[in-house]
Write a protein that binds this ligand. Structure first.
Ligand code: SF4
Length: 486
């Protein structure tokens, strides 16, 4: 398993990517490529399940990167068939840290009408209560993952076929779910009624695919057809194509606004718009809201880059690659020693001293989580001789944890949960620190009137503390939501 990088804990982490394909020869190769394109959504482990009429269901689940596990001929030959689904994960609900292989998806269940496999992106907020109930009624869980509840709920359903059993199961589930599932003949895709996590539909030749993001369609040469709607279930067969229905009670959509800021790849399309363009628009908004006299705009690579370009274009201040990322560092460093770990950010980022020396620098980053990385980057920039350092952040202060499929530290560890903007600037010892406003972020994602306070158009709970689904399990564990009037 790739070790966690010494400073990766200073970013929020998306926890899963899902991909499914039907009606293509050698589905496993397409799945491996699709999952490779979604690797940014989870690097800890991955799995593929396929179905072939002669060999039945086949499954391979492994720790580590897709490229290291799903490229060898023996593994790919063990996954025959024209239908399959796959999953990449970083641990979310379920075991944290050392994951057991039994927690790696897709999960598989054998029902009286045949087998089914599922892969889930999101987080079930009432999983503890469901699990207790299911165990009391005799279910035997194999993993510690919240997603396994779906399989057990399906097993208990009295419906006649697997899509109907899935509908039944998912009606009991609260929280965020985008799911791809498969039977012997069907590929199924479902999004929760608020559509918190993404899911898109693509077409490849005579076949179809479902993916967390459009970038995974591009890699296999599939055409992007449309997003799966919030609350929609699609059942796809090679013969009849796509059949859609909306089995859940409709709710106002609450897509995760952080997908626009950070999680999704900049070459993906979200809400009909390229993520790159949205991030550039965020940078422009930030420049309008928080201008400052300076000589250079530099991104904190890579995720701050489009917003830094937007800031530069709007402000007229030149853009420069003041910080260079070591592309080959990543998580591949095998068990770094303490001495190397202490080098921290320098392992991954290096300051372009010739550009920075004597300059007033605006650093644009996507977010501040614990603030530890921001402090180190600021020190590196000052060590390189910068005259001033101004931080501009492409998201509002992250003051609340996410319970919908994104790994966040506990609230007390979020810098913005305990300090206001001025206190954070003092703590980071920068000349100025400004975050984009929540309204500014909404404008940048295409909501020209900003955030609708009565019914926000997106989930923004990690910024606002307004949770669109009550996190029942967390409340049971002592988490306190803020009173609605605050
Ligand atoms: S809480 Fe934040 S990260 Fe989580 S779904 Fe909502 S906007 Fe996204």
């Amino acid at each position: 398993m790739p070790p966690a990088h010494p400073f990766d804990d200073d970013k929020l982490r998306e926890e899963c990517g899902i991909f499914g394909v039907i009606g293509v020869k050698d589905a496993a190769s397409f799945l491996a490529l699709g999952l490779h394109a979604l690797q940014h959504r989870g690097q800890e482990a991955g799995g593929i399940v396929t179905y072939d009429a002669e060999q039945g269901f086949s499954s391979v689940r492994r720790f580590g990167y897709v490229r290291d596990n799903f490229t060898s001929a023996d593994v790919m030959e063990a996954l025959p068939g024209s239908l399959g689904i796959g999953h990449v994960r970083y641990s979310t609900a379920g075991s944290k840290g050392q994951t057991a292989i039994r927690d790696v998806q897709p999960f598989f269940g054998e029902f009286s009408m045949g087998g089914a496999a599922i892969a889930h992106n999101g987080n079930i907020t009432n999983a503890n209560a469901l699990r207790r109930e299911l165990i009391e009624r005799g279910s035997i869980f194999q993993s510690s993952s919240d997603s396994e509840c779906i399989i057990h709920l399906m097993a208990r359903s009295l419906q006649r076929n697997i899509p109907e059993r899935m509908e039944d199961a998912l009606r009991r589930v609260e929280g965020a779910f985008s799911v791809v599932a498969m039977t012997r003949t069907k590929l199924i895709g479902v999004r929760d009624p608020m559509g918190v996590r993404p899911l898109v539909l693509g077409k490849i030749g005579d076949g179809w695919c479902l993916s967390s993001e459009t970038c995974a369609l591009d890699i296999i040469g599939a055409e992007f057809i449309r997003e799966i709607e919030p609350g929609e279930m699609v059942v796809i067969t090679a013969k009849d194509g796509v059949q859609s229905n909306f089995p859940f009670r409709p709710q106002p959509p609450k897509f995760c606004i952080f997908e626009h800021v950070y999680f999704s790849r900049p070459d993906s399309i979200l809400g009909g718009r390229s993520v790159y363009e949205t991030r550039e628009a965020i940078g422009r908004e930030l420049a309008k809201e928080s201008p400052v006299d300076a000589d250079l705009v530099c991104p904190v690579p890579d995720s701050g880059t489009p917003a830094a370009i937007g800031y530069s274009l709007e402000s007229g201040i030149p853009y420069a690659m003041g910080i260079i990322r070591n592309q080959y560092m990543g998580r591949t460093f095998i068990e770094p020693t303490e001495q190397i770990r202490n080098m921290g950010v320098r392992l991954k980022l290096n300051v372009n001293r010739a550009l920075i020396e004597g300059k007033r620098v605006i650093l644009v980053d996507d977010s501040v989580v614990r603030g530890t990385t921001s402090r180190k980057i600021k020190e590196m920039i000052l060590d390189a001789g910068a005259k001033e350092v101004h931080f501009r952040i492409a998201s509002p202060p992250t003051a609340w944890p996410c319970f919908y499929g994104v790994d966040t530290p506990e609230r007390e560890k979020l810098l913005a949960a305990t300090m206001n903007e001025d206190e954070m600037a003092e703590y980071l010892a920068v000349d100025s620190l400004k975050f984009i406003s929540l309204d500014g972020l909404y404008r940048a994602v295409g909501e020209s009137q900003g955030r609708n306070k009565k019914c926000p158009q997106y989930c923004d709970a990690c910024f606002s503390g307004e949770y669109p689904v009550i996190p029942a399990d967390k409340i049971e564990q002592g988490f306190k939501m803020q009173p609605a009037a605050e």
